[in-house]
Design a binder for this molecule. Structure first.
Ligand code: DQA
Length: 145
């Protein structure tokens, strides 16, 4: 049996500033903490993760296209592109592996414009408002699929 490919954990714009940016909303955990959590959860299942962050829409789309053949699942926090990007959604819809949308904050309890997601309708499921714990739960879900 071949080992499953890595679970891609993709992060959109400004998430490189996690821990520094609006900690009252996004908390004090950093992207390094997200990496450590995802690696720990995946490791328990004998799986690996590939955690990446970009501030650029096209780069995220390139990674989603790469994930089509390389990944065993995709966890994505599209950040601001959640609410704007038809192009990212068009890429995500081509995936044939589980896709989990994660938001650190509860987007439904914030501004109106955050309540609409281009990604949610094409995701297997969405986790919002659980802080970085959401990434761990999303990776766990993909591992047990
Ligand atoms: C976010 C929520 C988005 O509305 C926002 O643009 C982000 C982060 C979250 O993780 O809560 O950048 O995706």
């Amino acid at each position: 049996m071949t080992t499953p490919g890595p679970i891609y954990v993709l992060n959109g714009p400004n998430l490189n500033l996690l821990g520094l940016r609006q900690p009252e909303i996004y908390g004090h955990d950093t992207l390094d903490d997200v990496v450590a959590l995802c690696e720990e959860v995946a490791g328990r299942h004998g799986r690996t993760v590939e955690v990446r962050q970009s501030n650029h829409e096209g780069v995220l789309i390139d990674w989603v296209q790469e994930a089509r053949t390389a990944a065993s699942g995709v966890v994505i926090n599209p950040a601001g592109y959640t609410h704007t990007s038809v192009a990212l959604r068009d890429a995500l819809v081509t995936l044939e592996v589980p896709l989990v949308e994660v938001h650190i904050s509860n987007v439904h309890a914030r501004e109106e414009f955050r309540k609409h997601s281009y990604v949610s309708p094409v995701a297997t499921g969405t986790i919002a408002g659980l802080g970085i714990t959401g990434y761990g739960l999303a990776v766990e879900f993909v591992c047990t699929r």
